[in-house]
Design a protein around this ligand. Structure first.
Ligand SMILES: [Zn+2]
Length: 334
């Protein structure tokens, strides 16, 4: 638990296809590396220790070789690259491409493992908006897929010299197959399209395996909840089985001005991350959000959280963005 005077660990969160640090988004290897190298170089100015990268592995921007180059570059600058690990969604371990660890490829080979929509058709999901491909969604009740994710995660940890990762069981809509409909499903307080039973069942064994292979990894877990006391009461039973060293990520501030945290909020787990969801495409570009960013970090600290992330997709030569980064970093450092 942290208290006033204890700095919060600082992380930037990103989708590769929303990065604006260098011209050209992350469409190819050159732009992918240019974007993230600039972000890594800037991270030190704000005490950022790691950058979450969703879309870490895509054939279009150089696949595993480019990703390895990025991890090594970050390490040389003291910044960890934390890949986004998608479970049942977001392309799986290998976001996009012809890899045995691509969820899209795996589900094309095993269509019976794909999630179903309410009308019975196979589920797909497209995100972020710049992605022009429908990604296939896995059925959270499919046991064979659990083995597929485990192999993929083991490969990821063997292939890259990682300090950690973020992991999510996708908030992309419930599966309506017979197996899933027969199971209890409690929606995340902020997301009707997720099942907290599936989050816990899918993620806990994978995280245990990862920590067995690489003790000391920094692992962020998305739980689709704010920190309002009633939200914490709903989520806490599902967090009880997670290893105590993980950082549960609380979506407790949404820009502009929407707080899901109060001075009475308390983290139910020893570690937690205040997700400051500001400075992103959700609000259509940069806005001056300094006052609410500071308040969000202070409330997170008061709730017992010891980490914070904010979006790190915009360059800090944008003046309002630079002010938001500074306000966030100063609040976290106090
Ligand atoms: Zn299902």
């Amino acid at each position: 638990m942290s208290s006033r005077g204890t700095p919060l660990r600082r992380i930037w969160w990103s989708w590769d296809l929303r990065m604006r640090w260098a011209w050209g988004f992350c469409g190819d290897e050159k732009s992918f590396l240019a974007n993230y190298r600039r972000a890594i170089d800037a991270a030190a100015r704000y005490g950022v220790e790691g950058i979450v990268v969703w879309g870490f592995l895509r054939d279009a921007h150089g696949g595993a070789d480019a990703a390895r180059g990025l991890v090594d570059y970050g390490r040389s600058r003291g910044v960890s690259i934390l890949p986004g690990v998608g479970i049942d969604a977001f392309g799986g371990i290998y976001c996009s491409g012809d890899s045995p660890h691509s969820l899209d490829r795996h589900l094309r080979e095993h269509p019976e493992r794909q999630a179903r929509r309410e009308d019975g058709r196979p589920s797909v999901h497209r995100w972020p908006p710049a992605d022009d491909v429908d990604h296939l969604i896995g059925c959270p009740s499919d046991g064979a897929l659990a083995g597929f994710y485990r192999e993929g995660l083991e490969w990821l940890l063997e292939t890259f010299d990682l300090s950690g990762f973020q992991i999510e069981q996708g908030d992309v809509g419930l599966c309506h197959c017979e197996r899933c409909r027969a199971r209890p499903r409690t929606a995340g307080p902020k997301c009707r399209g997720s099942s907290l039973e599936a989050v816990a069942a899918r993620l806990v064994p994978l995280i245990r395996r990862a920590l067995e292979l690489r003790p000391g990894l920094t692992i962020l877990v998305e739980n689709y909840s704010g920190l309002l006391p009633e939200e914490v009461r709903a989520v806490a039973p599902f967090l009880a089985g997670f290893p105590p060293e993980v950082f549960h990520s609380w979506q407790a501030y949404d820009c502009p001005g929407k707080f899901h945290v109060t001075p009475e909020s308390r983290s139910p787990a020893p570690h937690g991350c205040m997700a400051v969801r500001s400075n992103s495409d959700f609000t259509g570009g940069e806005i001056d959000d300094r006052a609410d960013i500071r308040r969000a970090v202070e409330l997170g600290r008061a709730a017992g959280l010891d980490m914070t992330y904010t979006y790190g997709e915009y360059p800090d030569d944008w003046p309002l963005t630079a002010g938001n980064y500074r306000a966030w970093a100063e609040a976290a450092a106090e």
